[in-house]
Design a protein around this ligand. Structure first.
Ligand code: IDP
Ligand code: MG
Length: 140
């Protein structure tokens, strides 16, 4: 078992709909620890870097417009196997496949506007955390 830190984003739909408290409560009640958190607007450049694996895909223009269209909350969440635990709490990418009880299963209907982000591997967590947080913004 490894202590991991994962990047959580509350996407613009989640912030706009007042779901930040709901998302944060699920991080906390799971037993993950928040070690970084801030509200910001995702820039065009940050979108292209964060979603580097998706920039060539047909859905990317819509995804980018959505993600840069309103404030997001970025959270660094830490704990044993934090990456997999957060992916489970989020639910499947497409809310049609997301289990009831998961955030995407409970709070959204469309694949683009799906409330939350979570890193999908240790490698992407490290890359994403470096994009979103300066080392001094991670607080023990
Ligand atoms: P993930 O967020 O569950 O890791 P990814 O495949 O990494 O899913 O896709 C990143 C984001 O891009 C998704 O959360 C969703 O907002 C959007 N997305 C993914 N696939 C599609 C699609 O087929 N149509 C529209 N948007 C998509
Ligand atoms: Mg992903």
């Amino acid at each position: 078992m490894a202590v991991e830190t994962t990047l959580v984003l509350i996407k613009p739909d989640g912030v706009r709909r007042g779901l930040a408290g709901e998302v944060i409560a699920r991080i906390e009640r799971k037993g993950l620890r928040i070690v970084g958190m801030k509200l910001l607007r995702m820039s065009s450049e940050l979108s292209d870097r964060h979603y580097a694996a998706h920039v060539q895909k047909g859905f990317y223009p819509e995804l980018k417009a959505f993600m840069t269209g309103g404030p997001v909350i970025a959270i660094a969440a830490r704990g044993e196997n934090a990456i997999a635990h957060w992916r489970n709490l989020m639910g499947a990418t497409n809310p049609a496949n997301a289990a009831p009880g998961s955030l995407r299963g409970d709070f959204c209907t469309t694949v683009t506007e799906n409330v939350v982000h979570g890193s999908d591997s240790a490698e992407s967590a490290a890359t994403e955390l470096a994009l979103w947080f300066a080392p001094s913004e991670i607080v023990e």
